[in-house]
Design a protein around this ligand. Structure first.
Ligand SMILES: *Cc1c(COP(=O)(O)O)cnc(C)c1O
Length: 377
């Protein structure tokens, strides 16, 4: 029997053709034709003033920390249940992470805790739309606005998801996207910074271009370019943008396929979940998610590990997800202790992600579902 991986990234259409075109153009550096096309398409699809491709979501997060001008000792509130880059980007600037717990339903930052975590040093709230299901953005934006705090959406899971009809990544001051191999749209390694607050646009271009005004120079706005600010090199090669552009063009095809797979899991697994004390994903009525993750919440760590082993014995790879950041080696240095974020601690033990990728066939998915039915929690 063929092994079913957790994720497999495959081209869906014109990736080869566009990469060949990028190679033939003789311009493999950043900000070439396919980068410009990707920017324009993202700006159009999201309806945002500026989208900038980056080398990763991690780097887009680092750009957001530079744009917010974080100083040592500034505080950033973020969920403990997220990827390490969500916190590292700010810690690199000397900011102090303040970990919030998550809601038990959506596994997103618990907005009811924000008020008590805010201090005079709080500069930003970073939210993660887990599995592409929106955080409670109305409440979060209202609290942030009232305290004069910026909101950054780490939208690595949520591209093209919606909250009350609004695209995720378009609500905070800025948002970050990931085009890593494991995400819905990919170029292997890549990302984007989405800027919604126009005050950050000019400086974002400078930071991304090694602290120079090179972008303005290329538009003919200045007659030579020079070092004007801090910065780094956050542009991907146009060859990667070519791959990505083909994926973005196939948006509907990719999304339809993922939705189909997500819905089949949801429908087919509900009977099993009901008799195995297992909870399936909860999507509030005002959220439309992009089918990034299908997860199960098993009763406890032991059953979760037993199901991983059960599936592995049948050549199916299912994986757990984030370990609580506040209990990591670094998190403990910032004072994290067991019990600080009880929902995060519990969910981290219980959660299991099932294979979900564009090229997953119906036969493969049925094999996964059948294997789960052979398991008793
Ligand atoms: C994948 C991911 C990242 C990092 O993305 P890279 O493009 O690999 O840097 C950051 N945050 C979240 C929530 C992610 O899922």
């Amino acid at each position: 029997m063929e092994r079913i991986p957790f994720n497999r990234s495959t081209p869906v259409g014109k990736e080869n053709e566009y990469m060949q075109a990028a190679i033939q153009s003789g311009n493999l550096q950043g900000d070439g034709e396919f980068t410009r096309k990707s920017h324009a398409l993202l700006e159009e699809l999201l309806g945002v003033p500026k989208a900038l491709l980056t080398t990763s979501c991690t780097h887009a997060l680092e750009m957001s920390a530079l744009l917010l001008d974080l100083q040592p000792g500034d505080e950033v509130i973020l969920p403990s249940f997220t990827f390490v880059s969500t916190v590292n980007a700010y810690v690199l600037r000397g900011a102090v992470p303040v970990f919030a717990d998550i809601r038990p339903d959506t596994l997103n930052i618990d907005e009811t805790q924000l008020e008590q975590l805010i201090t005079p040093r709080t500069r930003a709230i970073v939210v993660v739309h887990y599995a592409g299901v929106a955080c409670e953005m109305d409440t979060i934006m209202e609290i942030a606005d009232r305290h004069g705090i910026a909101v950054v959406e780490d939208n690595a899971h949520g591209l093209f998801g919606k909250y009350k009809g609004r695209m995720l990544g378009t609500i905070g001051s800025m948002a970050t996207q990931s085009f890593h191999s494991t995400k819905n749209f990919t170029c292997g390694e890549g990302g984007a910074l989405i800027i919604n607050d126009p005050q950050y646009v000019e400086r974002a271009e400078i930071i991304r271009e090694k602290g120079t005004n090179r972008s303005q120079f290329f538009r003919g706005q200045v007659d030579k370019y020079t070092w004007v600010d801090v910065g780094s090199s956050y542009l991907p090669s146009d060859m990667l943008a070519a791959y990505l552009y083909a994926q973005l063009e196939a948006k509907d095809e990719i999304q339809n396929k993922r939705q189909q797979i997500w819905r089949r899991y949801h429908l087919e697994l509900s009977d099993w979940a009901a008799v195995n004390d297992t909870r399936l994903p909860i999507v509030p009525p005002d959220c439309e998610h992009p089918a990034h993750i299908y997860y199960l919440l098993l009763p406890n760590l032991e059953t979760r590990q037993a199901l991983i082993a059960h599936l592995k014995a049948r050549d199916i790879l299912a994986v757990f997800h984030y370990l609580p950041l506040h209990l990591s080696v670094m998190g403990r240095e910032y004072g994290g202790e067991v019990g600080d974020c009880p929902v995060t601690e519990r969910v981290s033990d219980q959660l299991l992600r099932l294979p979900l990728f564009y090229a997953l066939s119906t036969e493969e998915q049925i094999r996964v579902i059948d294997a789960i039915y052979e398991f008793q929690a």
